[in-house]
Ligand binder design. Structure first.
Ligand SMILES: [Ca+2]
Ligand SMILES: [Ca+2]
Length: 449
């Protein structure tokens, strides 16, 4: 059904709040901005537009001129196009141009962004009034016309005529019926995408997609896929398509939504772990990202300048811009060369007298085999041991006589005088040396009275 567009301001305001918005159309005729009062007439003599106002199905555009000269005159009847479209109408052009060397012409015209387009509907004469053939002595022409019109630009008809006669009469009337402006453009479709846009076109949140569907010229008669949609799970690319149809045809628009709202995973590690004092080690983030992929990953520096358990922080960012951090712990230890005389390490069961101070001696180096020159936070712990645990029995050759506690013997050697209680008699103990580096340094003892 071909229709004219009809808007009221209230209707537009109402429709603007609806998505997809829908425009409406009027039936054929001089309505919706094309009523007679919107038409203008220009030309010499008197002109008329009948009726002069109001919605109507027929308009007659007249002129009546008694020229003082003998040239050609023209009368322009124009209206401004409310919207883009194809204007069409049936026309009848009748009149009387007095008698000698008579011409009559009718054109349809439409102005637009690139100028004026015209079509000639009638180009008659010159005719003489020997037999008074048309257009001499009266004329009557009819036809159908159509022309592309452009919103905000004028279109209409131009009647023209001339003669070379002492009786100076030029009068005529153009009657237009079945007037309509048909939509020639499909709806315009605009996607509205909202969400948190990360990098590389990836969204990092839920994504709402809605569509604005507008046709200013005619009603939207069908839409497909134009409902609002929420993308709430990660996707490498979901295509959403909205199609809409009006009198002007069908249009489609698509958007591709990529969503990655998942942070990369990190499994950071340090190698080697433990690392020796002043040694070198590296931390690896070991990041993974299933969807957009890992864009970058890095860890902080490993500090081996002192012993103990430490942490290093690692960071990874995916191609959508999601970032996560995780820490890896690592231990920096001394290079424990071993217990020195009179203590044997490994699985030797050192035989000692309970109640004596046992001189625990050991040597510490760093990763470069340089002696450790300072040491603090040393302690010992003794725990019960089955006397059958040791494989070799070796007697302590000497006991300490100096001060208890820690002594720095130099060159990486240290001594701790371990004062044992006499209650240890007839028992076995595991001695653990705690150096503050988290290492487990043990020696086994069997005590006698
Ligand atoms: Ca349209
Ligand atoms: Ca991700």
């Amino acid at each position: 059904v071909k229709r004219l567009r009809l808007f009221s301001v209230m209707l537009m305001l109402t429709l603007a709040s609806i998505i997809p918005s829908v425009s409406t159309a009027a039936t054929s005729g001089f309505t919706g901005g094309y009523e007679p009062q919107h038409w203008t007439a220009a030309g010499p003599g008197s002109t008329s537009i009948t009726p002069s106002s109001g919605a109507t199905t027929s308009v007659t555009l007249g002129y009546n001129f008694d020229p003082s000269d003998l040239g050609t005159n023209s009368w322009t009847y124009a209206v401004t196009a409310v919207d883009d479209g194809m204007a069409s109408f049936d026309w009848n052009y009748s009149g009387f141009h007095s008698f000698y060397y008579v011409t009559a012409g009718l054109q349809i015209f439409a102005d637009g962004p690139s100028g004026r387009v015209t079509q000639t509907l009638v180009s008659a004469g010159p005719a003489f009034c020997g037999a008074c053939d048309p257009p001499s002595g009266g004329f009557n022409y009819s036809g159908t016309a159509s022309i592309e019109v452009h919103q905000g630009f004028a279109f209409g008809v131009i009647a023209s005529g001339g003669h070379f006669d002492g009786t100076r009469v030029l009068r005529g009337a153009v009657t237009l019926t079945n007037f309509e402006v048909v939509d020639r453009t499909p709806p315009t479709i605009t996607p509205n995408v909202s969400g948190t846009l990360g990098t590389n076109g990836w969204y990092t949140s839920n994504v709402q997609v809605s569509w604005t569907v507008v046709d200013n010229e005619s009603a939207i008669t069908n839409t497909t896929g134009c409902d609002a949609t929420t993308i709430s799970s990660d996707t490498a690319g979901t295509t959403l398509t909205c199609s809409a149809t009006s009198e002007g045809g069908t249009a489609s628009q698509s958007v591709i939504i990529k969503r990655d709202a998942t942070k990369p995973t990190l499994s950071p590690s340090v190698s080697p772990n433990p690392v020796l004092l002043n040694g070198s080690a590296t931390a690896s983030p070991n990041a993974n990202d299933a969807l957009s992929g890992v864009a970058s990953q890095s860890c902080g520096a490993i500090d081996t300048s002192s012993v103990g358990t430490k942490t290093v922080s690692c960071t990874a960012t995916d191609n959508a811009g999601n970032t996560d951090t995780a820490s890896a712990s690592y231990r920096v230890s001394y290079q424990f060369v071993g217990f020195a005389n009179p203590i044997d390490g490994n699985s030797v069961l050192n035989l000692a007298k309970a109640g004596q101070a046992i001189p625990l001696k050991w040597r510490l180096l760093d990763a470069t085999n340089a002696p450790v020159t300072t040491l603090s936070n040393v302690s010992v712990t003794a725990t019960s041991l089955s006397c059958s645990a040791g494989t070799t029995l070796d007697a302590i050759e000497e006991y300490a006589t100096g001060a208890s506690g820690l002594q720095n013997l130099g060159n990486g050697y240290y001594q701790w005088n371990w004062k044992t209680p006499s209650s240890y008699a007839n028992s076995c103990k595991t001695l653990q040396l705690n150096l503050g580096d988290g290492g487990t340094y043990t020696a086994l003892f069997q005590f006698k009275k």
